[in-house]
Every structure is written in C-alpha cells, then in structure tokens.
Design a protein around this ligand. Sequence first.
Ligand SMILES: Nc1ncnc2c1ncn2[C@@H]1O[C@H](COP(=O)(O)OP(=O)(O)OP(=O)(O)O)[C@@H](O)[C@H]1O
Ligand SMILES: [Mg+2]
Length: 149
Amino acid sequence: MYKEIIIENLEEMKIFAEEIGKSIFPGFLVCLEGDLGAGKTTFTKYFGASIGITDNINSPTFTILKIYEGKNVLYHMDVYRLMGIGMDYELEEYIYGDGICVIEWYKNIIESIPREKLVIEMEIIDINRRLLKIEGIGKYEEIVKKISN
Ligand SMILES: Nc1ncnc2c1ncn2[C@@H]1O[C@H](COP(=O)(O)OP(=O)(O)OP(=O)(O)O)[C@@H](O)[C@H]1O
Ligand SMILES: [Mg+2]
C-alpha cells in the first residue's frame, strides 16, 4: 500500500507521527529516507514522545544507535555514516528485535532491512511543507490505508 500526503507544518508532522505511534506492535519498524533537514529526526521525536519516550530524542548521527527506554523501548538509528555498507550484523540484532525501531537513511544498510516495514520518504517542498511518500509492506499495509490525507 502506497500513499502520498502533504504535511503543511510541524504541527501536522506531530499529528502524523502520533497517528503512526498508535499503530505500533512489538518489533515495529519505520524506515526513513529524505534530504538533509527533511524532518526524519523531527518525525522520530514526535513518534517517540507518542509511544511514551520521555527522554529528549536528538540526532544520533555520531552514535549510529541510541536506545531509549520508556513505556516502550525505542531504537533510533541514523546510518548516514554507514553509506553503502549494505549489511550490519550488529544492528540486525536490534532491527529484528522486539523493540520499536526507527532508522534514518535505511537504504545505506538495505541488505539488513526486513521486507516488512513502514517506509516514509520525505521531500522538502518549502520551509514548512513536506511531501511524504509512505509505503507499508506486509503487516504495515493496513496502517498506510488508515492514514488520512
Ligand atoms: N513540516 C515539517 N516537518 C518536519 N520538520 C520541519 C517541518 N517544517 C519545518 N521543519 C524543520 O526542518 C528541520 C528538520 O530537521 P531534522 O533534523 O528533523 O531533519 P533530518 O531529516 O533528520 O535531517 P538529517 O538528514 O540531517 O538527519 C527542523 O529544523 C524542523 O523544525
Ligand atoms: Mg536526522
């Protein structure tokens, strides 16, 4: 299932992230792609907050993986620096684990990414607006169907 939506501002991004947050299940996987500054980390902050992460989520660029424990466990990865490595066995432990996982620049480790996932590609339209290309595969199909636009 594939859908494109336009997000007009931060508030709409928050509402969108919260909507996704309502659909989580163990092992939930969100894969993010998009330009620098498109909103991948911003989405993750809102999504994390909505699933009960109270710590401040910030950009993990220099750590690759940050683990947040709250009502749920969140693995936040930014694999920008792993450009083109294809596979990362250490990260796979988390990606295939029971925690909730969000990966920025997931295509860099595409060979480690399961088939079933929620993919969100973000494009900058202008300072506040974003085009989101959302694809849900397998168990994630229904979630995309329900997204309102
Ligand atoms: N509608 C919107 N949705 C998301 N971010 C927005 C929106 N409008 C403005 N912004 C701003 O755009 C910036 C997005 O930065 P963010 O760090 O989330 O991008 P990113 O995709 O994670 O970038 P990077 O590739 O560097 O990790 C923030 O400063 C945010 O406030
Ligand atoms: Mg980021």
